[in-house]
Design a protein around this ligand. Structure first.
Ligand code: AMP
Length: 475
């Protein structure tokens, strides 16, 4: 397990939100974060501004625990940004929770972002050698230092200056006393949707979020995405859009559609649920199975399993039930109970599985350990055969752009054939969706997605790759 804070950032998965021009900005940011909770459950934070100052509150825990009515009332003003963070690394400390709110020579600002910067460590080393002080390990601090050190006078220009020095993935939200500024990296790895909320009269409030499910909750209308390499500034003068970086090939994270985003969201302009159903349909075409029932691994496999069942004509059954109330920590009994962790989350519905030939559908196999336990669980519940179907290709490479995948040595598909994995997970058969079908499911005609976790073909240069790999293997 990683102990130092230095590399904690490698495993961040996050949700971001921003709103400008609403009398209850902090409360709406809080609501937006509720809808983005699946993107991070470790900490949550909101910063707001009333024109005279920037206020910030963040804490470890779920959104519902962090934001009490008194906390919300301590965040006044008509503009706000919010962040929810997840990290599986050892030291998930409050120091890394976002937004970061700091006083700079450009005034007080608060910043939060989703994604990993691939050259953050290189920049950090340089800054530290020049005397810069860092309090945590988040990439966001690097951006703050670069903003503060910029010779540009205005905040948007200083941000532009900073963002041109960083590589990798970021969907960023920033707040000053008078402005909300958001930006997306030139490859567009992570999503950032833009919308508006109609207020009384002809007033509107601008909103930004990682996923459109946050807009649905607050009644906002989705208008499109912040473009890769684009900065959007909203201030008292209105909204301006500006390209801050030269055009680069798009590299939108396909895993957002496979697993990470909610199926009720539109991500990269495409409904996630539509991609997931198609993933299941194509999986049924490419990896059919002689079976009696299609059973998803809930929740991640549900949408693809529905597609698989619809395409194959094999009935869909909720043969596994997930307990949604399992917290992050639980006390394991000292007396060994087999597969305790998985049993806490999933329980089989025996009468649906007994004597059945089961197609078990999930979105991915990472290390293989959970999948093996689930296959065993289904078999122990009386299934005659278990045919495991995965709605993406084998995961062979770690992600350096913000999805939590372990080091290559821990990725079962990086080191084993499909037949070896089948034997390890104890399935009667195992089928993965081919890459071409994944492209088809997200309608990637223009080659606009990143598939690096399936191909090892990284769209950016990974500076200090050795550091990144060492950090991942230290987990
Ligand atoms: P395992 O068999 O141990 O590799 O675990 C596979 C399970 O992990 C599947 O149910 C996936 O939905 C889930 N999973 C895959 N990627 C991630 C991720 N980045 N974060 C959390 N869970 C994931």
């Amino acid at each position: 397990m990683l102990k130092t804070g230095m590399f904690d950032k490698l495993h961040e998965e996050c949700g971001v939100f921003a709103i400008f021009g609403h009398p209850e900005a902090a409360n709406l940011a809080n609501l937006g974060l509720y809808a983005l909770q699946h993107r991070g459950q470790e900490s949550a934070g909101v910063a707001s501004s009333d024109g005279s100052d920037v206020y910030c509150y963040k804490a470890m825990g779920h959104v519902a625990e962090v934001f009490t009515p008194s906390v919300i009332s301590s965040l006044p003003g008509e503009r706000a940004i919010g962040h929810t963070r997840y990290s599986t690394a050892g030291d998930t400390v409050l120091l890394n929770a976002q937004p970061f709110s700091v006083a700079t020579n450009k005034g007080r600002i608060a910043v939060a972002h989703n994604g990993n910067l691939t050259n953050a460590m290189e920049i950090r080393r340089t800054l530290e050698s020049e005397g810069a002080i860092f309090s945590g390990s988040s990439d966001t601090e690097v951006i703050l230092h670069l903003i503060s050190r910029s010779r540009e006078k205005s905040l948007p220009a200083a941000l532009r200056d900073a963002l041109l020095q960083v590589d990798g993935a970021f969907s960023l939200v920033m707040l000053s006393r008078s402005q909300v500024i958001v930006a997306r990296d030139p490859h567009g790895f992570r999503p950032l949707a833009m919308g508006y909320l109609e207020l009384s009269g002809d007033q509107i409030s601008y909103v930004f979020a990682s996923e459109t499910c946050a807009f649905d909750l607050i009644g906002a209308i989705y208008v499109g995405d912040v473009e890769p390499g684009e900065m959007v500034m909203v201030g008292p003068e209105g909204l301006t859009r500006e390209r801050f970086a030269p055009r680069r090939p798009k590299a939108q994270c396909v895993f957002e559609h496979v697993y990470f985003s909610r199926p009720d969201s539109i991500v990269f302009g495409r409904p996630v649920g539509q991609s997931r159903e198609l993933l299941g349909r194509l999986l049924a075409q490419r990896c059919p199975a002689d079976a009696d029932v299609v059973v998803p691994v809930p929740d991640s496999g549900v949408a693809a399993a529905l597609g698989y069942a619809a395409e194959s004509g094999v009935p869909f059954r909720m043969g596994l039930i997930r307990n949604h109330y399992v917290g992050r920590t639980f006390i394991e009994p000292s007396q060994a109970i087999r597969d305790f962790g998985v049993k806490l989350k999933l329980n089989p519905v025996r009468h649906l599985l007994k004597d059945k030939r089961v197609v078990l559908v999930d979105d991915s196999i990472v290390r293989g350990t959970t999948s093996r336990k689930i296959v065993r669980m289904v078999r122990n519940a009386g299934a005659r055969e278990v045919h495991l179907r995965i709605s993406c290709p084998p995961t062979v490479s770690p992600c350096f752009y913000g999805v939590d995948t372990p080091t290559k040595s821990e990725l079962i598909a990086a080191n084993h054939s499909v037949e070896e994995i089948r034997r390890y997970v104890e399935a009667d058969s195992l089928g993965y969706l081919p890459l071409g079908s994944l492209r088809e499911a997200v309608q990637d005609e223009g080659q606009e997605y990143c598939y690096a976790c399936y191909t090892s073909d990284y769209p950016t240069e990974i500076v200090y790759l050795e550091d990144l790999l060492a950090a991942k293997s230290r987990r």
